[in-house]
Write a protein that binds this ligand. Structure first.
Ligand code: CA
Length: 725
């Protein structure tokens, strides 16, 4: 059955295109606890540049009292409640026009930079693509030390959504971070020398770590991703001093013939059908966490099902707990306390691993301890964080998969046609796997009472397939990604591209309505910071850093920064001067997979650096490095239509999720239309025999037979010719 051709017949339906977001990888998963191995990390990986001077003696009391030292940024979301709001106001709406570049630091990686830096007592600690860490002088950007955990490049194929890292944690003079290949590493904050490292995963399975750890009462909390490849989600806590495993909570049940790791998983198993554990099940904890010290509750957001297609994962349906859920755990023991599931029976990659913000809001005359989240599914949820009761939910975009959330049951009221896995038909839906909101951090401003949300206005074409890839380094989602390719018809293509945009929404969480918005030409704009200076600060896919007033969205300032910005800015103060800083560097899943849409906001490149601004800053960025002109020069196209169709389908099974839909690279990875391997044996040396394994392009001989690879090569040649027209 030729799905791509089927789709072409209904191509006009494709009003939306898109992307998806973080999760993970894997083929099959068993219930065994992943091996835990503590070993000394290699010291050769450290590059020390300056003598150690920092103390960085951060503990829980300092984080809880972060507002007493707003000059620092002590934990991922600045505070345990992850509000990403700073009381600093030296830079404010009245003087921000004087903002200028203070310093920049060029990074030694050219993939997506999604990290939120930590700043303690004048030192900035920032992680980068490939899980590397730098300590910089927060006044000047001068390097103090650097650490490279030397993640094997070949592990990159297990990362659904770029080889990113979203940040480090600090506790008692020690820096903690996860690596793409599943390690948790502790470094001396003063020197960058490793104290310990521990493997947090079963490394026979395609798990990845991209999220930032949090530290609570001497325990390092870390999750992982992999749900696109077929793994079982969990979150772990390790002793900060020793690296010993303190507790682990699995988010989905394992094989019910084996003992469940926690009593709640026996209950969760009643919401599953079939042999889900053979597919992993998913529910990875790949990004968001928040902590309420008064309640001693750790809130985690969980990911999508593995595979996406629920009829494969759990035939006959079921809620499939705890996929796409917010789960509250006892932070000391990891025991389940309550959950709220945003998308029961998840089948669209609608993760709930998005940013969780805690706040106390006055609602109907009562002060409520709430938790707020905009998961991928497009609703803004306000939940009572003491017990998980839903307070309110409203769509932030025009959701087509569900009309509303039923307040009596707390469940979405679905459009039955959206369950493509049950209908067996194509579903063109909004949002798509990029989410109305992805991992990009939001900000809650205590002065305005508004939550600033980076929104993607992008849907997706869901076409079910019955067969999985099974191989670990391929997406195993149960859908055909090729269905979402932009069509060849230029008019239809333009209509689709025009429909894919983005915006910054300023959302009133009490009234549950938009207060103001800024529209952008494309999606995948950066995370957000807001401050007591009445400022909202955001980088964009159009390679700018932009500042608006927090109360009404008036644009106050912007500066070109040479690269798309996806990470969230931070602010801090050293020696009486306030700085705004961001890890700049275009990347993530969107430019990897969306083909031409990667450039919806205009030409964009990855030029990775940390950039910092202050009032009166006069530094200038160096000229942009020149781009080598590329010339399409494919060999003659000799393949017939049938072979090209086989090639396209094979390409869409595994190649497209890195090299781009329609063989259009978003700029992070080799654009295969220009490859010198087209039409010759080099192609097979690379794809079949693993010539570039050390560069990250592993052999796909276990995914494709020689005939399929030959057809893929023909399809690449065809796409190169298409692009010359
Ligand atoms: Ca996902």
């Amino acid at each position: 059955m030729n799905y791509p051709l089927m789709f072409r017949c209904s191509g006009h339906l494709a009003v939306f295109l898109s992307l998806w977001l973080l999760a993970g990888c894997g083929s099959e998963d068993k219930t065994a606890v992943a091996p835990t191995e503590t070993r000394p990390a290699t010291e050769e990986a450290v590059v020390a540049v300056a003598p150690a001077t920092t103390m960085a003696a951060v503990d829980g009391n300092r984080i809880i009292n972060a507002d007493s030292e707003p000059g620092n940024w002590l934990t991922h979301g600045r505070t345990y409640d992850e509000q990403r709001y700073s009381p600093l106001a030296q830079i404010n709406a009245g003087n921000v026009s004087n903002l200028g570049l203070a310093w920049y630091y060029d990074l030694d990686s050219s993939r997506g930079q999604e990290s939120t830096p930590i700043v303690v007592d004048g030192v900035m600690y920032v992680s980068t693509a490939w899980s590397m860490v730098k300590a910089l002088d927060a006044r000047t950007g001068a390097l103090k030390w650097a650490y490279d955990p030397q993640v094997p490049k070949s592990w990159g194929v297990y990362a659904c959504c770029d080889v990113v890292n979203r940040g480090v944690a600090i506790w008692n003079n020690t820096i903690y971070f996860g690596t793409l290949d599943g390690r948790l590493i502790a470094l001396d904050a003063a020197t960058g020398k490793p104290a310990w490292e521990v493997l947090t995963i079963d490394n026979t399975k395609p798990y990845t770590i991209t999220g930032a750890p949090r530290v609570i009462n001497g325990k390092i909390i870390i999750g992982n991703g992999g749900s696109e490849y077929g793994v079982r989600g969990y979150v772990s806590a390790y002793d900060a001093e020793t690296g010993a495993l303190a507790w682990r909570f699995y988010t989905v049940p394992g094989d019910p013939s084996q003992p469940f790791e926690a009593p709640i998983l026996a209950e969760a198993a009643k919401t599953w059908n079939g042999e889900w554990w053979k597919y992993g099940g998913g529910g990875t904890v790949w990004d968001s966490m928040a902590y309420d010290p008064d309640l001693n509750l750790l809130y985690i957001g969980t990911g999508n099902g593995a595979p996406w297609n629920q009829s494969i994962r759990s035939p006959g349906g079921g809620d499939n707990l705890f996929l796409s859920s917010i789960v509250a755990l006892n932070a000391s023991t990891g025991e389940y306390v309550w959950h709220y599931q945003t998308t029961p029976g998840e089948t669209w990659d609608f993760t709930a691993a998005q940013h969780i913000i805690l706040a106390d809001l006055e609602i109907n005359g009562q002060t409520r301890k709430v938790l707020m989240q905009v998961p991928k599914n497009g609703f803004f949820y306000v939940v009572d964080r003491t017990n998980g009761a839903l307070i309110s939910a409203q769509p932030v975009v025009a959701t087509t998969w569900a009309t509303h959330v039923d307040m009596a049951t707390g469940r979405p009221v679905e459009n039955p046609e959206s369950r493509y896995d049950k209908t067996g038909k194509v579903w063109v839906g909004v949002p798509g796997p990029a989410g109305a909101h992805s991992w990009h951090p939001m900000s809650y401003n205590r002065q305005t009472g508004l939550v600033y949300v980076p929104i993607n206005d992008a849907g997706f074409v869901y076409m079910p397939v019955q067969q999985l890839n099974i191989k670990p380094h391929s997406f195993n989602t149960g859908i055909d990604f090729g269905a979402a390719d932009l069509p060849p018809d230029p008019v239809v293509k333009k209509q689709i591209m025009d429909s894919v945009t983005g915006h910054l929404a300023a959302w009133d969480p009490v009234l549950q309505r938009e207060s103001w918005r800024v529209n952008y030409p494309g999606p995948w704009n950066g995370g957000v910071l807001s401050t007591a200076g009445n400022l909202v600060i955001q980088g964009t896919a159009a390679s700018e850093l932009v500042i608006y007033t927090a109360d009404n969205g008036t644009k106050l300032w912007s500066m070109p920064v040479q690269t798309g910005v996806v990470a969230a800015p931070i602010t801090y103060e050293v020696d009486g001067e306030q700085y705004i800083a961001v890890a700049a560097g275009w990347g993530g899943i969107y430019p990897l997979v969306t083909g031409d849409l990667a450039f919806k906001s205009g030409p964009v490149r990855n030029i990775s650096r940390v950039i910092a601004f202050k009032l009166g800053g006069t530094t200038t960025l160096p000229p942009m490095p020149p781009e080598t002109p590329r010339v399409l020069n494919p060999p003659e196209l000799t393949a017939d239509t049938a072979k090209l169709a086989i090639g396209k389908q094979a390409y869409d099974r595994a190649c497209s999720t890195c090299h781009g839909g329609g063989v259009v690279s978003g700029g992070l990875i080799t654009d295969l239309r220009y490859s010198p391997s087209l039409g010759n044996e080099l192609f097979f040396e690379i794809v079949e025999k693993g010539l570039y394994n050390d560069k990250g392009m592993v052999s796909y001989a276990d995914t494709y037979n020689h005939e399929e690879l030959d057809a893929i090569q023909a399809y690449l040649i065809k796409r190169a010719h298409d692009s010359m027209e």
